[in-house]
Design a protein around this ligand. Sequence first.
Ligand code: FAD
Length: 426
Amino acid sequence: MHFDIVIVGGGAGGLELAAMLGRRLGRRQGRERVLLIDRSAFHIWKPTLHEVAAGTLDAHQEGLSYTILARRNHFSFTLGELDGLEAGTRRLTLKALQDEQGQTLIPARQVSFRWAVLAIGSGSNFFGTPGAEHAFVLEQAHDAERFRQRLLAAFTRAAFSPEKRLGVAIVGAGATGVELSAELIEAHQELQDGLGSEQRFRLDISVVEAGPRILGGLPEKISRQATVALQRKQVRVMTGTKVQAIEADGLQTSQGRVPADLIVWAAGIKAADSNLRYGLSTNRAHQFIVNDRLETSAPGLYALGDCAACVWEGDKLVPARAQAAHQQACYLLQVFLALLAERVHAPAFRYRDFGSLVSLGDNKGVGNLMGGLSGRNFFVEGLLAKWMYMSLHLNHHRAIVGGVNTVVLALARLLQRRVSGRLKLH
Ligand SMILES: Cc1cc2nc3c(=O)[nH]c(=O)nc-3n(C[C@H](O)[C@H](O)[C@H](O)COP(=O)(O)OP(=O)(O)OC[C@H]3O[C@@H](n4cnc5c(N)ncnc54)[C@H](O)[C@@H]3O)c2cc1C
C-alpha cells in the first residue's frame, strides 16, 4: 500500500488535517493520495472524555465513524495500530488485528509513503507512583466508558449501602481533573433528583494536586474562581498534596490518607513508550522533537499535537491542547499543499495562545481569552464562558463534518437530551 501522505492518528489534529487535505484535493486525488490510520474505528474529540466518564455524554452517539468521515471528506482510512517505522525507507508497519476470540482479522501490513505525520497523542504520566493499576485514566473512549460503568455500579452500591456515601478521588487539578469533578457533581445531582429519599447518598469528591493551586497552567484569577466554584459544590480541593501511593481503596498522600471508592489519575501526560523505538529524536516525555516546520529528526516525517515537542517562546513547549493540535494541522495543510505543488512553504510554525476555557458544569465556565488587536487578556466567566467552551467542540465538528451537519448534530443531541435526560444510565 502506498500513499503520498500518511497521517497516523485521527484525533483532534490528525483527523482535521486529513479532512482539510481531502477536501482541498477533491474526491479522486484526495482518496488516492491521503491515508489516515487510527487504532480505533470511530472518533471522539478527546476534550469530551470527562463527560463520557461521568455519563453526561453518550460515547456511541457522540462517536463518528472514520470510514464515513473519510467518504465525506475524500481521504482514505484504514484501521490499524502503528507498530514500526523505518524513516530511511519511508515505510511503516501496522500490527496484526485480532478479534475478541484471538482470531486474526487483518494480518500485519506495511504502508509506504512520501511524507508522513505522527499524530498519535499521549497517555498518562504516573511519575513512578506505585499502585497505578488501581486508578482509572481518561486516555481513550473505552477508558472513559469503563469508568462510567464502574461509576454506575458504585452509584447503585452507595444508594443501597447503610453509609449512603460514595468517595471519588481525582489526582491532578488541571483542566481534566477540574472538569471531571464538576461533571461528576452534575451527574450525581441528576441521579439524586430521580431517586426516592431513602436511596439518596452523598458524593464526596477530593481533588488532589501537588502544585500550590488548581489549574496551575492558567492565570491565577481563573484558578481562584474555579476553586470557589468547586468548593461551593462541596468538592474537597487539596493543593500542595503529593500522592505517594495509590491503593485499591484510597490514596496515601503527604497530607494523610484519602479514602476513595474510585480513583482517577489526571496528573500529567506522557507519550507512548513505543515512540522510542522508531529511531527519532524524543524528549523525556517520549514526545517526538520537531523543528519550527514540525518536522521530526527524519526528513519528510512530521509530528503534531500531544506527541510532538515543539519549542514555543524560546524556553517553553507548545502546550498539549486541542487548540495547539488544530493550529498545527492548519499549518501542515499549507506545507503539504506546497509540497504537492512542488513549492516550499517558507513560513515557520508559530503557536498563538488564544486563551483557555474550563467547564465548571451547570452552565458555568471560566477562562481567559488572549489576543485580539490589543493583545490583551480578557477574563470570561459564567454562561458566556460555558458557551464559548462549547463552541470549541462545535468548531472541531465543523472542521470534520461541515457547518450544516454540525448544526444538525447539535440539534439532534439537544432534542435527545430533552427527551431522555442528560445522564446515560444504561
Ligand atoms: C478529559 C480531557 C479534557 C481535555 N480538555 C481540553 C480542553 O478543554 N481544551 C484543550 O485545548 N485540550 C483539552 N484536552 C487535551 C486535548 O484533548 C489534547 O491536547 C488533544 O486531543 C491532542 O490532540 P492530538 O491530535 O495530538 O491527539 P488525540 O486527540 O489524543 O488523538 C490521537 C489519536 O491517535 C490514535 N492513536 C494513538 N496511538 C496510535 C497508534 N499507535 N496507532 C494508530 N493510532 C493511534 C488514537 O486512537 C487517537 O485517535 C483534554 C484532554 C482530556 C483527556
